[in-house]
Design a protein around this ligand. Structure first.
Ligand code: MG
Length: 382
């Protein structure tokens, strides 16, 4: 019986993880759940999955939850302290990190410190603290299992191969809801337009990131850390049908790809049972129906977010944190209709230009860089 904790259990990845657990209750026990502020949703999960510990990040919501589940045998905690408790619990073997944003940095590092395997869906942690996370995972003998569909595909395409024989990683992208549009057409786009993703159903923040191609930028950084390749070994390929989830080209020119329907349940389930595969209910890929898969070069002139990610990664140190924090803030402002769509990459670029890189930042410096970025945006935009 594998015991798992889920950070971000009421979000898109969290609820899909629980859907899989529902099919495999004899193999997986959910011992800890954490969410942001949805007391009612977390209460329902507690009643179904009976975790030992539940956390709501929001203090007031945690108080409400404590009242709601007082008939149950569960400890309700709040805040970062609660997340860190889950990260260090003996009753957790593997932690699914499905929170959105840099809030995942400290609990993920704590969980690795305590020897928990990580099912990583919180890409911001790898982007900002990959230089701390990967060596620590190696030192502690902890597995980092990617849950992001592209990275799961790369991980699957690496099975049985030697990493030293990778020529390049072909990271696929759907191109998002605005693929093919030019700058003039994008200037008036509103959050509602960007939230209509053609293939994937995801949370709000990642859907906007997908429209700006910042999501792909974050995934380039993620891939660099996870698979220990150079930036020039990562090529982004637009594959609008989202059937090829990524590919690896080897030194002999052979390319191995992983294909499937665009459904996050496969990468989640693969990470949960790795190295085993389990049956998955529901439809699978029908090639007669599909007929064709097409490819394009990403338009990095229009979608500056992707080019800026390569710049941030090349600058290294604290620069990816600036890229990520500026994006988090800008997306929040865009969703609140405070800035335009094209201002998102402009804000990221402005922050990067004004930042002096801290080489090899520690956790405190990463979090300080996040605050510095937020303060800068507040000062400049308002
Ligand atoms: Mg992805």
């Amino acid at each position: 019986m594998k015991k798992i904790g889920i950070l971000g259990s009421t979000g898109s990845i969290g609820t899909q993880t629980l859907e899989i657990v529902r099919n495999y209750k004899e193999d997986i026990e959910v011992t800890a759940l954490a969410a942001g502020s949805s007391a009612a949703a977390l209460e329902a999960q507690i009643r179904e999955f009976h975790p030992k510990t539940a956390v709501l990040f929001d203090e007031a919501a945690a108080k409400d939850l404590r009242e709601r589940v007082k008939d149950m045998d569960v400890t309700v905690l709040a805040g970062m302290e609660g997340l860190l408790e889950i990260a260090s619990m003996d009753a957790v073997d593997a932690l699914v990190t499905a929170v959105v944003g840099m809030i995942g940095v400290r609990p993920t590092l704590a969980a690795i410190e305590h020897g928990k395997d990580i099912l990583l869906a919180n890409k911001e942690t790898l982007v900002t603290a990959g230089h701390l996370l990967m060596p620590l995972a190696k030192e502690k003998g902890v597995a980092i299992l990617p849950v992001d569909s592209e990275h799961s595909a790369i991980f699957q395409s690496l099975n049985g191969e030697k990493r030293s024989q990778i020529k390049k990683i072909l990271l696929t992208a759907s191109g998002g809801p605005f693929r093919g549009k030019k700058r003039e057409e994008l200037s008036g786009m509103r959050a509602e337009d960007a939230l209509k993703h053609p293939n994937w159903s995801m949370g709000r923040k990642i859907t906007i990131d997908s429209a700006t191609l910042v999501n792909k930028g974050l995934e380039v950084m993620e891939a660099k850390w996870l698979f220990d390749v150079n930036l020039d070994q990562i090529q982004v390929v637009v594959q609008p049908q989202s059937i090829i989830h990524s590919m690896v080209e080897y030194v002999d020119g052979g390319v191995i790809a992983q294909l499937g329907l665009p459904d996050m349940k496969l990468p989640i389930q693969y990470a949960l049972f790795y190295p085993d595969r389990r049956p998955m209910p529901g439809p699978s890929l029908d090639f007669y129906e599909l007929q064709k898969i097409t490819f394009e070069k990403p338009d990095t002139e229009t979608f500056r977010g992707l080019a800026l990610a390569f710049d941030a990664m090349r600058a290294g140190g604290s620069m990816p944190t600036v890229y990520n924090a500026a994006n988090e803030k800008a997306v929040g402002m865009f969703l609140a209709h405070q800035i335009t769509f094209l201002q998102i990459p402009e804000i990221i670029e402005m922050c990067m230009q004004r930042h002096t890189v801290i080489p090899h930042p520690g956790v405190e410096q990463i979090l300080e860089t996040e605050s510095w970025t937020y303060d800068l945006i507040k000062k400049v935009i308002s």
